[in-house]
Design a protein around this ligand. Structure first.
Ligand SMILES: Cc1cc2nc3c(=O)[nH]c(=O)nc-3n(C[C@H](O)[C@H](O)[C@H](O)COP(=O)(O)O)c2cc1C
Length: 176
């Protein structure tokens, strides 16, 4: 099965996660670059589209799409990617290192809302959605501290403990 990982990352966590997935799947990886990479403007709705990709999406059996969540929405660069390639995507796995923890996944800013948006756009082509809340790498006393999670980014030093178990199960699931 030919797979490629596409990712967008503003602060680096999703870049870290995307690289890890590509390395474990031994597959290609490409960054999605918005024409204007201004995250606050994109959150406010500005959408000038993405830059042209190097790889041809139609050449892959499976896409892993990875990126953050902002304000409970599917972010502009990822939405552009899905809409542009809707007809040529075969299967898509959606992955996010986000802020919302599992117990808040259905709340206003929860990752499930975004997963539902992706499933609505792609229907059965979306085969897996997986969240890696950044709170997983925070000590217990900081898990509800918004300031702490906004300042924390995935890296080799903090990618340990609970998140590793969840990540390994995810890789096993998609390697089948
Ligand atoms: C402006 C802003 C809004 C955010 N809104 C949400 C949200 O609604 N839900 C959520 O789960 N995480 C939210 N987050 C947290 C990011 O998804 C999280 O920090 C992510 O790991 C950042 O990924 P990156 O380092 O790849 O850019 C928000 C972050 C920012 C900066």
């Amino acid at each position: 099965m030919k797979t490629i990982v596409y990712y967008y990352s503003h602060k680096g966590s999703n870049k870290y996660l995307a690289n890890k997935i590509a390395s474990d799947l031994n597959c290609e990886i490409e960054e999605i670059k918005p024409i204007l990479n201004a995250h606050l403007l994109m959150i406010m709705g500005l959408n000038l589209g993405n830059q042209k990709l190097k790889a041809q999406v139609e050449n892959y059996d499976r896409i892993v799409l990875c990126g953050p969540i902002w304000m409970g929405k599917l972010i502009v660069p990822l939405k552009n990617f899905i809409k542009k390639h809707l007809n040529i995507i075969n299967k898509l796995i959606f992955v996010s290192c986000c802020g919302s923890p599992f117990d808040k996944k259905d709340e206003k800013f929860g990752h499930n809302l975004v997963f539902n948006q992706v499933k609505q756009l792609l229907g059965e082509k979306c085969i897996v959605c997986e969240a890696f809340p950044i709170t997983l790498v925070l000590p217990e006393e900081q898990k509800n501290d918004t300031d702490a999670f906004m300042k924390t980014h995935l890296n080799d030093d903090n990618f340990k403990g609970e998140i590793v178990g969840i990540y390994n199960s995810f890789i096993q699931k998609i390697q089948k």
